[in-house]
Design a protein. Structure first.
Length: 380
């Protein structure tokens, strides 16, 4: 007889673009399985994206990967599947009608599954109000609960594995860098750069080339490389190194999700983007610059400012102002050079602040644990 604490979970993930949708779902699936011993099935419509962050995945309809049952979510969902105890719809992706009908059948016999919409991360204040709100499905009457990750006690928290901080603290950066073919330059700031295409990169490269402190920048192959190549009028590819003044820019491969954490831990400053790398940058407890996912009508700038309000609330005003100005310039594609030169003299304080920020976030229960607790306490 299985323990009543072991539930079956179906996570539905539709990849809109990039790697954040699958990045979040995969991390959640793994934590539920590894730490909470839950039986997890992940439905994803784009296996290529999972293969990029977790290369042992294959192009198969159904497979076991890292203790998770991974299924391709085809447009025609005709799978004759057992409905899970807990159904997670990631980012309002709309679960298949056939699946919903089966959930409704279970409701009629008093075995309603727990249905959760896992939403995008935002630091805006309305999130606290909407987190945990139920909504009745118009035709089936099934109750769906909105679960919002977030930075405060009245939200669903952030994904954070139980062993994450101890793994970070015992990490041997020098050893890992050598294995990755990276030879950090003595005296240089080691920077990782993960971002969307951005015209501001021209001024960033200029800031680094002209900087008193040498910069060794590691760029995992991706969108920002297109902007870099346009700026320097070259076609850099993986393993290429570009030298200009005090800048050494090295293109590295897009690494696995596990190695990406290590890259963040190894660097002095991290440029992160979207949602998942943004959160991992915070757990790395290193100074970071966030390129938020751009949205229409500048909605993302409101979100960016909301996060900055929290993030800079407890650092000195000069540092808070420089961080905000730099992040806004980076996100608005503006010249960032003078801001970079203002930030570097504040690096020691920024480091301490990053550590304090990370420590304060650790006081919250993590998202996976909150989901498990919620699903245990809630029947349908
Ligand atoms: O890729 P992102 O920009 O993802 C998104 C999507 O655009 C999504 O549609 C949007 O809704 C969301 O952002 C807010 O950035 P993100 O979220 O940081 O996801 C990147 C993932 O890729 C993350 O799990 C880390 C991983 N990664 C690697 O595994 N290896 C790498 O080398 C790098 C650079 C990242």
């Amino acid at each position: 007889m299985p323990s009543p604490h072991i539930k079956t979970w179906d996570i539905f993930c539709r990849v809109i673009d990039n790697f954040g949708d699958i990045g979040v779902c995969w991390r959640l699936a793994r934590q539920l399985a590894e730490e909470h011993q839950q039986a997890v099935r992940l439905w994803v419509d784009d296996l290529d994206s999972l293969i990029r962050i977790w290369p042992e995945t294959l192009q198969l309809e159904q497979q076991q990967v890292a203790g998770i049952e991974v299924c391709r979510w085809n447009t025609e969902f005709d799978a004759d599947v057992q409905i899970a105890d807990v159904v997670i719809e990631a980012f309002a992706c709309d679960i298949p009608t056939l699946y919903l009908d089966k959930m409704a059948q279970l409701k009629r016999i008093g075995q309603t599954p727990v249905w959760i919409n896992l939403d995008y991360l935002s630091a805006e204040s309305w999130v606290e109000e909407f987190h945990g709100m139920p909504s009745a499905h118009p035709t089936t009457g099934l109750r769906k609960t909105f679960f919002f990750p977030g930075f405060t006690a009245r939200t669903g928290g952030l994904l954070r594995e139980g062993s994450l901080i101890s793994a970070r603290d015992s990490f041997d950066a020098a050893h890992w860098l050598i294995n990755m073919g990276i030879e950090p330059q003595p005296e240089a700031l080691l920077v990782s750069l993960f971002a969307y295409e951005n015209p501001a990169v021209a001024s960033l490269l200029a800031a680094w080339a002209n900087s008193n402190k040498p910069v060794h920048c590691l760029v995992p192959s991706g969108k920002i490389l297109t902007s870099i190549n346009e700026t320097i009028k070259q076609e850099l590819v993986v393993d290429d190194i570009y030298l200009q003044g005090n800048l050494r820019l090295q293109v590295i491969p897009f690494v696995t999700q596990t190695d990406y954490d290590k890259l963040l831990w190894a660097c002095d400053i991290n440029f992160v983007r979207g949602e998942d790398s943004f959160v991992r940058g915070q757990w790395a407890a290193k100074p970071m610059l966030w390129h938020i996912y751009p949205q229409d009508e500048e909605v993302h700038i409101t979100k960016l400012n909301a996060f900055l309000d929290h993030y800079t609330a407890h650092c000195s005003r000069p540092l808070a102002n420089t961080i905000r100005a730099t992040w806004l310039a980076w996100n608005q594609g503006e010249n960032i050079e003078s801001y970079w030169h203002q930030l570097i003299p504040q690096l020691i304080e920024w480091r301490g602040h990053s550590q304090n920020w990370c420590d304060s976030l650790r006081n919250q229960p993590d998202l996976a644990t909150q989901l498990v607790t919620f699903s245990t306490n809630r029947q349908g």
